[in-house]
Each structure stands twice: as structure tokens, then as C-alpha cells.
Design a protein around this ligand. Sequence first.
Ligand SMILES: [Zn+2]
Length: 109
Amino acid sequence: MSSPPLQPNPYAPPVTPAPLQGMPPPGSEQFAPCPQCRCPYAKRIKWTFWGGALGPWMFTHVRCTHCGSAYNGKTGQWNTNNIVVYMLVGVLVGLALGVAVVLVPILMK
Ligand SMILES: [Zn+2]
């Protein structure tokens, strides 16, 4: 004796699907895998203390939804070097602007 194959009940209320493996958590996007835990889902960081709004945008700076690490969502590498260079450039530009502000009025005389 064989039982008939189970048919899905068309009148059953729709079942909310369980979070699928590999589905991005709400609000996150798929980026290069996290260098810490290899999770591919992260959220863009809108603002950082080191780069304001421009720095994290330039380096695709994202925060892993799994372990919270911040890294480069384009390359899957740490952004540490980029951040150091960005801050150095920022300091140099700031110094250059400061020097220009001091020098230009002197040179214009
Ligand atoms: Zn991670």
C-alpha cells in the first residue's frame, strides 16, 4: 500500500518563509566578502570620523552585518591603508590651504 504524494494545500494561509541561507539581512547589500568572517553582506557606512562623508564613499567603506568589521566592500580588503593615506592627504591639503591663506596676502602685496 502506497500513500498518495502530499499535495500543497491551496487554501492554507501563505507561510512566511524562514530567512534563507544566503539572503541579505534587511537594509544590507552584497559586497566583497568580509576579510574577518567571509560574510558577503554589509551595510554602507555613510560617515566616519576620519573621512566625513567623502572618505567612506571613495573607498566603498562598509560594515559587515555578521561581525561588524569595517572594510572595503569592493576589494574585500581592510581599508586601513586607504584611511591612513586619506588622512595624510587631508592633513597635507589642510596644511597647503593654511600656508596659502598666510602666503597669498603676503605675495599679493
Ligand atoms: Zn564579517
